[in-house]
Design a protein around this ligand. Structure first.
Ligand SMILES: NC(=O)c1ccc[n+]([C@@H]2O[C@H](COP(=O)([O-])OP(=O)(O)OC[C@H]3O[C@@H](n4cnc5c(N)ncnc54)[C@H](OP(=O)(O)O)[C@@H]3O)[C@@H](O)[C@H]2O)c1
Length: 352
């Protein structure tokens, strides 16, 4: 009664609080304290045709780093003061939409924040099926990185039984799926990863034929030994010295889907940095290669998600996660991921 009277007098002060991480300054090189800031605000209510989503898991992805630069690319740069972009798995807690109910689990591009009002028709908002699969897998193995692996491999890698495929960042979100799918196509699969723990996981848990620690010495020599018939498909995730070590081993007719080049994302000169497009494009006989975006196959989003989720449910796709706790831990976890401190898909756990 007393609370009700206070609310009548002063309005309801128990409005939900949101916390978001915003870009306060463009990083120069590696992320530094102060580049990202935690900002609080009131959570708005959902209007007609909208839902209010509470974030449960946030995905941290390498592409977010180039988006922090003031440079035109396939994505607009994040504005100063803008919420960091990103995808979450969340729960619908208010619905003014006929398509969503309170309690539905969804993926959406809310950015790095705890609450988000989504229009029920916006791009990237999907209900997910939590049955028999941890919901956060929809940000990793059965999410955008899994679909990237699936499309890049199938449509650009074009694997055939008996061929040799090499994939870099092999223990990571994309690389781990590429290798396992290529094994299912009958390829010999060799991973490249940083450190013996990651390499052991890639061979013993993911079932690759071999994995090379690129930090442990002459990479081309090690690759030569692991790929006696040369390389037919190189799935590019990192760029730099790793790409250069691949060049002499590519067979005639080889394919190089260029998915990303994380080794140079922290560069201080993004306009002039050497990319895999330069490295493979300037070879005397270049392989079939191009940069691709998972969004090219957006029309297959649901079908591929289901295929990957079913492979996880049936135990045919293995994966690992690195989880950091609480939204405030995201900047440090993100910085760590770009330095290889993650072991598997990097996630932020926001709430149960
Ligand atoms: N084109 C698309 O649509 C699309 C979509 C998703 C992702 N991607 C790209 O796919 C790549 C992998 O992304 P992910 O989400 O799967 O990340 P991830 O592999 O889970 O994490 C990044 C990994 O990159 C490796 N790395 C960092 N610096 C490196 C260096 N200097 N040399 C070699 N490796 C380095 C680290 O692994 P090690 O410890 O093994 O070095 C780190 O764990 C990225 O380039 C990303 O931009 C592209």
């Amino acid at each position: 009664m007393f609370r009700w009277a206070l609310n009548r007098l002063f309005g309801n002060k128990s409005v939900r609080q949101n916390r978001a991480i915003v870009l306060s300054r463009r990083p120069k090189g590696e992320l530094r304290q102060g580049d990202l800031t935690l900002k609080a605000s009131d959570v708005p209510a959902a209007n007609d045709g909208e839902i209010l989503v509470e974030s449960l898991w946030l995905s941290l992805d390498p592409y977010m780093r180039p988006q922090m630069n003031d440079m035109e690319s396939y994505q607009d740069p994040v504005s100063i003061g803008g919420t960091m972009p990103g995808e979450v798995v969340g729960r619908v807690i208010e619905s003014k939409s006929r398509n969503f109910r309170v309690g539905d689990i969804v993926t959406c591009h809310s950015g790095w924040q705890e609450y988000y009002v989504a229009s029920d028709s916006e791009d990237g908002l999907y209900k997910v099926d939590p049955e028999g699969i941890p919901i956060q897998a929809y940000l990793g193995v059965a999410g955008m990185p899994g679909r990237t692996a699936y499309c890049g491999l199938k449509y650009l890698g074009k694997p055939a039984a008996g061929e040799t495929l090499v994939v870099s960042a092999a223990s990571g979100a994309v690389g781990s799926v590429v290798g396992q799918l290529a094994k299912r196509e009958g390829c010999t699969v060799v991973g490249i990863a940083g450190g013996s723990k990651k390499c052991d996981f890639v061979v013993n848990d993911l079932g690759f034929d071999a994995c090379i620690d690129y930090k442990s010495g002459d990479l081309t020599q090690q690759l030569k030994a692991a790929c006696p018939n040369g390389i037919d498909i190189y799935f590019e995730n990192v760029g730099g010295d790793v790409s250069k070590a691949i060049v002499p081993l590519l067979n005639a007719g080889s394919r190089v889907p260029i998915c990303g080049f994380v080794s140079v994302y922290n560069t201080t000169s993004p306009e002039t940095v050497e990319t895999p497009m330069h490295i493979f494009g300037t070879m005397e006989s270049p392989p079939e290669h191009r940069f691709f975006l998972v969004a090219e196959w957006q029309d297959q989003h649901q079908e591929i998600t289901e295929t990957l989720a079913n492979l996880v449910r049936s135990g045919h796709l293995n994966y690992r996660e690195s989880v950091s706790e609480g939204l405030e831990s995201a900047p440090e976890a993100f910085k760590g991921m770009l330095a290889g401190k993650n072991f598997g898909k990097q996630l932020v756990h926001i709430r149960d």
